[in-house]
Write a protein that binds this ligand. Structure first.
Ligand code: NAG
Ligand code: NAG
Ligand code: NAG
Ligand code: NAG
Ligand code: NAG
Length: 490
C-alpha cells in the first residue's frame, strides 16, 4: 500500500515537473507569432475532395500474399492454395473530415468497398482442381486521427495518430469447381484473407497521410521579397486545433537578406476571430509590417533625392531658389538663380498601426534642402524634421499583399538653418505638394510590387477578402491547388 502510494506521488511529481518544463520551453522559445494561418472545416473538406482519389489509388496497391493450407471439409482432407490476388476496384462512400480540438483532424470512411480477383487450387482424394474467384468486401470502415505538428524546421507536419479499420461482410464468387468449395472459403479462406488485408488498410492510410508531408514542406518558410528583404514564415510553437480550425502561428517577420537582426519591438499577442466561412485565413500583424520598416531602414533605402525634374510641368512652382526665396528671402539673395534639390530620409523606421478598417503609417524623417551650384556642388540650406502620416489601402493580388498610400497629414519643424530664421509654417503647402507629386507616386509604385503571402505548392486564391482589425489584417480566402489532380495528397 505504502509502496504504491509512493509510486503515485512520484508519478504526480514527475507529471508536474514535465508540464512545468513544457510550459517553460514554450515560453522560452515562445516568441509570439507575427502572422497566423487558419485552416477551417471548409478547407479540410476541400482537401478531402482532392485527396480521396490518391487514397483510393493507394489502397489499390495493397498486396495480398498467396495463401495455402489444409482443412477438413465434408470429412475430406482438402489442400488449398489461393494466389495472384489483386485488388480491382476500391470505392469510398460516406467520407468525412472533422476537427478534433487539441489533436488534429479525424478522417472517417464509413463505407468503402473493395473488389478483388484471384486464383484458387484444391487437392482432395487425388483430385486436382482450380479456377478463379472474385471477392467483394463490403462496409469497410476506416477511422483515423491525423495529428498536426511542427517539424522543428518551421514546416507543419501531419502524422497518423490513430487508425482502425473494420470489415463488414464478404461475398465470393467462384468460377469453376464444385459448390461445396464455398464452404471451404466461408469457413477458412475468407477470414485468413481478411486477416491479411485488414492491417494493410491502415498501413496504406498511414502512408497516404505521411505522403502529405513533402507537400507541406513547400511552405515558403523563407520568401524573398526583393534584393533587400526576405520574410520568414516558419511555424512557431505548436499548431492549435479548435472547432474553428487548425491555427498555425507563423513568425511573419521581415529580415535583411542573410542578416537576421531582431528589431527593438516584438509581436503583441492577437487571436483570430471565430470566422470559418472561408477555407483559409491569413492574419498579418502590425509587427510583421513594422519589421519590414525596420529592415528597409537598416538597409539604408528609406531615402529619396527629390529633384526638379520629378516635379511635373503642370505644377505652379519649380524647385529653385526663386520659389523658396519667396518664403525664405535670404535664399534668393545668397543663391540667386539656382536649382534646388532635397533629400528626404527616414529618421527611424516608420510605424504602421491597424485600427478597425484603418491602416495608418507614420513616418519621421528629415528633409535636407540644397542649392545646386553651377559646378554641381550642393550647398546645404536648411534641414526640416517632418512627420508624415499616410493612410494605406491594403489588398491581395495573386499570392501577394499590395498597398497604396494616401497622404493625410504632415508636421514640419526646423532642425537646422544656414539661411537665417525660417517660418516653417509657410512651407507647409509647398511640402505637401512636393510629397504628393514626387514622393507618394514612387512609394505606391514600390508597394505595387507587394510581398509574398505564406503559400504551399501551387496554391491559387479565390473569393479573397481582407479586413483590417485591431492590430492585424485578416485575409479570408478559398484556395485551389494548381492543376486538377494533386498527386499523393490526402
Ligand atoms: C503467388 O503465386 C503466383 C502463382 O502461383 C506466383 O506467380 C507468385 O510468384 C506467387 N507470389 C509469391 C509472393 O510467392
Ligand atoms: C505606433 O503607432 C501606434 C498608434 O498610433 C502607437 O500606439 C504606438 O505607440 C506607435 N509605436 C511606436 C513605436 O511609435
Ligand atoms: C563650386 O562652386 C562653389 C560656389 O561658387 C564654390 O564655393 C566651391 O568651392 C566650388 N567647388 C568646387 C569643387 O569647385
Ligand atoms: C514627430 O513625432 C515624434 C514622435 O514619434 C515627436 O517626438 C516629434 O515631436 C514629432 N515631430 C514633429 C515635427 O511633429
Ligand atoms: C535633426 O535631425 C537629426 C537626424 O534625424 C536628429 O537626430 C536631431 O535630433 C534633429 N535635431 C533637431 C534640433 O531637431
Amino acid at each position: 500500500m505504502r509502496r504504491s502510494n509512493k509510486v503515485r506521488v512520484d508519478m504526480v511529481t514527475l507529471w508536474c515537473v514535465l508540464s512545468l518544463l513544457t510550459f517553460l520551453s514554450v515560453e522560452a522559445s515562445g516568441t509570439n507569432p507575427g502572422a497566423k494561418l487558419r485552416v477551417t472545416q471548409k478547407g479540410l473538406d476541400y482537401e478531402l475532395e482532392i485527396s480521396i482519389n490518391p487514397l483510393r489509388e493507394k489502397l489499390k496497391t495493397i498486396q495480398i500474399p498467396n495463401m495455402s493450407g489444409k482443412e477438413e471439409v465434408l470429412f475430406m482432407d482438402v489442400s488449398y492454395r489461393v494466389s495472384s490476388m489483386q485488388i480491382e476496384e476500391v470505392l469510398m462512400d460516406s467520407t468525412a473530415v472533422g476537427l478534433v480540438p487539441g489533436t488534429g483532424v479525424s478522417l472517417s470512411i464509413g463505407k468503402a468497398y473493395i473488389d478483388l480477383k484471384g486464383n484458387w487450387e484444391v487437392e482432395y482424394l487425388f483430385i486436382d482442381d482450380g479456377g478463379w474467384f472474385t471477392l467483394s468486401i463490403f462496409d469497410i470502415r476506416i477511422s483515423t486521427t491525423i495529428g498536426v505538428n511542427n517539424d522543428g524546421q518551421g514546416h507543419p507536419t501531419v502524422y497518423a495518430a490513430s487508425c482502425s479499420a473494420s470489415i463488414g461482410r464478404v461475398e465470393i464468387d467462384l468460377h469453376g469447381g464444385l459448390s461445396w468449395l464455398y464452404q471451404l472459403f466461408d469457413s477458412y479462406i475468407n477470414s485468413a484473407l481478411l486477416d491479411a488485408l485488414q492491417p494493410q488498410i491502415c498501413t496504406m492510410v498511414t502512408e497516404a497521410i505521411n505522403s502529405i508531408n513533402p507537400h507541406l514542406k513547400t511552405l515558403n518558410v523563407l520568401a524573398q521579397v526583393d534584393k533587400y528583404a526576405e520574410i520568414d514564415y516558419s511555424i512557431v510553437g505548436s499548431p492549435f486545433v479548435s472547432y474553428s480550425g487548425i491555427d498555425l502561428g507563423l513568425k511573419g517577420e521581415f529580415y535583411n537578406i542573410g542578416q537576421h537582426q531582431e528589431p527593438p519591438f516584438s509581436p503583441t499577442p492577437f487571436s483570430l476571430p471565430a470566422q470559418d466561412s472561408n477555407m483559409l485565413y491569413i492574419a498579418l500583424s502590425a509587427f510583421s509590417l513594422n519589421s519590414a520598416g525596420f529592415v528597409y531602414n537598416n538597409a539604408g533605402v528609406l531615402k529619396l533625392y527629390i529633384t526638379d525634374d520629378m516635379i511635373p510641368s503642370s505644377c505652379p512652382f519649380r524647385l529653385d531658389t526663386k520659389t523658396f526665396g519667396i518664403f525664405i528671402p535670404q535664399i534668393a539673395k545668397q543663391y540667386p538663380g539656382l536649382k534646388m534639390e532635397f533629400l528626404l530620409k527616414a529618421a527611424k523606421e516608420p510605424n504602421i498601426s491597424f485600427e478597425p478598417n484603418l491602416m495608418t503609417l507614420e513616418a519621421s524623417s528629415t528633409v535636407s534642402a540644397y542649392a545646386i551650384q553651377p559646378n554641381a556642388t550642393l550647398s546645404p540650406l536648411f534641414i526640416l524634421n517632418m512627420n508624415a502620416s499616410v493612410s494605406a489601402l491594403i489588398y491581395v493580388s495573386g499570392l501577394k499583399v499590395l498597398g497604396k498610400v494616401t497622404l493625410k497629414k504632415i508636421d514640419l519643424t526646423l532642425n537646422t538653418s544656414n539661411v537665417g530664421p525660417i517660418q516653417v509654417k509657410l512651407l507647409d503647402n509647398v511640402a505637401w505638394t512636393i510629397l504628393n507629386v514626387a514622393v507618394i507616386p514612387r512609394v505606391n509604385a514600390l508597394l505595387k510590387n507587394g510581398y509574398p503571402l505564406p503559400a504551399i505548392g501551387e496554391m491559387n486564391l479565390r473569393n479573397t477578402q481582407l479586413q483590417i482589425l485591431k492590430d492585424y489584417v485578416l485575409i479570408g480566402t478559398d484556395v485551389q491547388f494548381g492543376g486538377v489532380d494533386l498527386p499523393d495528397v490526402l
